[in-house]
Design a protein around this ligand. Structure first.
Ligand SMILES: [Cu+2]
Length: 483
């Protein structure tokens, strides 16, 4: 929750923080040096030795280009992002969170179907873990795919300070690729003079589109670079851990397919022919072939309006083979994901209101009606079904195994990335049919869209906007699934 109304502090951004700019005509190289993309450290300690530690603690990271000051971050184990956790599908994941931060925290395992008690939401599934305390996370991992873990306490601040890392669950029958690269996409708002993360008390971040940074990074570094070979086949696991930034991505010198979204395999790979939007918390698994020639460069391009920038540069060294491979097969589906019985489903609805420009006439806050101006003075700007923040009663109570449909209406002028815990849903498409399985749905202004899922996982599950300042200032509810 914002402590007090702050002034809007627009930081200047050095031009070289966007050094590699890609115009429609070609590539313009700036002066800043390119960082080499660090391989994320993997935790390899055997489970038999007892629970591995996941220590949340302060650290320093070189986020801005070399020559700028280092940034004080909050990290898992001293690394930014936190160490990649990679396990086999069907295994058990055990991590003992040690809180060495000066603030309470918790860990949410995003997108994983998990026991409710392990979901990491303070006030709903556990108590916040106080400084100096520990919490044992211990759960079966039944779904393969690309997931992530992050703080779920004071998330708009703690995730932005660096408390996030990738969680990769390997298929028993993985796709045939030459390399598997995890690309954690993020942005930071840094003061170029000090290198430090900007204040979290900027009210504009809460009432408008969310906290967007002034430097975009991949795996914690600016202008990330990888080497590659022509006709090499890469699996790229994209994870958007940013507070509010919607990454708008395009491939250059790479061609391929989307094979999974939010961890869940697509029924069949979709050839990438247009820009890919990745909202906060969303993931996309791509299988791409390097088509650029030896000596050339390929890019994962990030668009900011009409301007394209290199989010990841692939320096093509040699030729891996003379020709490309056949198109990839679908990834094996995860178990028990069918969305059925749409005609007999429980119907629910979720109306999103508030924010700058449009606000709301009145809404419930702490058991009474308030107008937008009064709510804003308490740091609340957003209502779900007319309530600001977590309501007393869940959005609905479902029997285990019941199919639920939720009609969602975005009556604000901003996009929102709505995330349901503990379940994946499919969009009920207007023309009939169902969209891909997802755990986070990007909804633009004035959109009306319906989702459906089977409430198979007992417990209280939060359902909130993953623009994290929006969640902190009202866009938070929960559902209940009976045991
Ligand atoms: Cu939102």
């Amino acid at each position: 929750m914002p402590a007090s109304p702050g002034t809007v502090n627009w930081l200047s951004t050095p031009a070289e923080w966007n050094a590699v700019m890609i115009s429609r005509r070609g590539l313009l190289r700036g002066t800043a040096g390119l960082a080499t993309l660090p391989l994320l450290p993997r935790s390899l300690q055997a489970q038999a030795e007892g629970p591995q530690l996941l220590e949340a603690r302060p650290a320093q990271a070189q986020i801005a280009p070399e020559g700028y000051p280092k940034t004080d971050v909050w990290s898992y184990g001293g690394a930014l992002p936190g160490a990649e956790i990679r396990v086999a599908q069907g295994s058990r994941l055990t991590r003992k969170l040690v809180n060495s931060l000066p603030a309470p925290t918790s860990v949410h395992w995003h997108g994983i179907r998990i026991d409710n008690a392990m979901d990491g939401v303070p006030g709903v599934t556990q108590k916040a873990v106080q400084p100096g305390e520990t919490f044992l996370y211990d759960f079966d991992v039944k779904d393969a795919g690309t997931y992530w873990y992050h703080s779920h306490n004071q998330s708009f601040e703690q995730v932005a300070r660096g408390l996030h890392g990738p969680l990769i669950v390997e298929e028993s029958d993985p796709p045939d690729v030459d390399r598997d690269e995890v690309l954690v996409l993020d942005d930071f708002r840094l003061d170029p003079e000090t290198g430090q993360i900007a204040s979290f008390e900027n009210m504009h971040d809460f009432s408008h589109g969310g906290r967007v940074g002034n430097i975009a990074v991949t795996n914690g570094v600016f202008n990330a670079t990888l080497t590659a070979e022509q006709n090499e086949r890469l699996r790229l696991r994209l994870i958007n851990v940013a507070n509010a930034k919607i990454f708008e991505l395009e491939l250059r010198g790479l061609e391929g397919w989307v094979v999974a979204l939010d961890g869940m395999p697509l029924d069949s790979p979709i050839r990438i022919s247009e820009r890919l939007l990745l909202a906060p918390a969303q993931r996309a698994d791509l299988i791409v072939d390097v088509t650029a020639e030896p000596g050339a460069e390929a890019h994962l391009v990030r668009f900011e309006g009409d301007e394209g920038y290199s989010q990841v540069l692939f320096s093509v060294r040699e030729k891996a083979s003379d020709s490309r491979r056949d198109p990839p097969l679908p990834l094996p589906p995860n178990p028990d994901m069918a969305v059925t019985d749409l005609d007999d489903a429980m119907q629910s609805q979720l109306r999103m209101e508030g924010g700058a420009m449009r606000g709301f006439a009145s809404a419930h806050m702490n058991g009474r009606e308030v107008g937008f101006r009064e709510a804003a003075q308490s740091g609340k700007f957003w209502a779900l079904n007319g309530t600001l923040g977590m309501p007393d009663a869940p959005l609905f109570v479902a029997e285990r195994g019941q199919t639920v449909r939720v009609m969602m209406q975005n009556d604000t002028v901003f996009p929102h990335a709505m995330h349901l815990h503990g379940h994946h849903f499919r969009e009920v498409l207007p023309g009939g049919g169902l969209g891909p399985l997802r755990d986070t749905l990007l909804m633009f202004a004035d959109e009306r869209r319906e989702i459906a899922f089977v409430a198979h996982n007992p417990g209280d599950w939060v359902f909130h906007c993953h623009m994290l300042t929006h969640a902190a200032s009202g866009m938070m509810t929960r559902i209940k699934v009976l045991a």
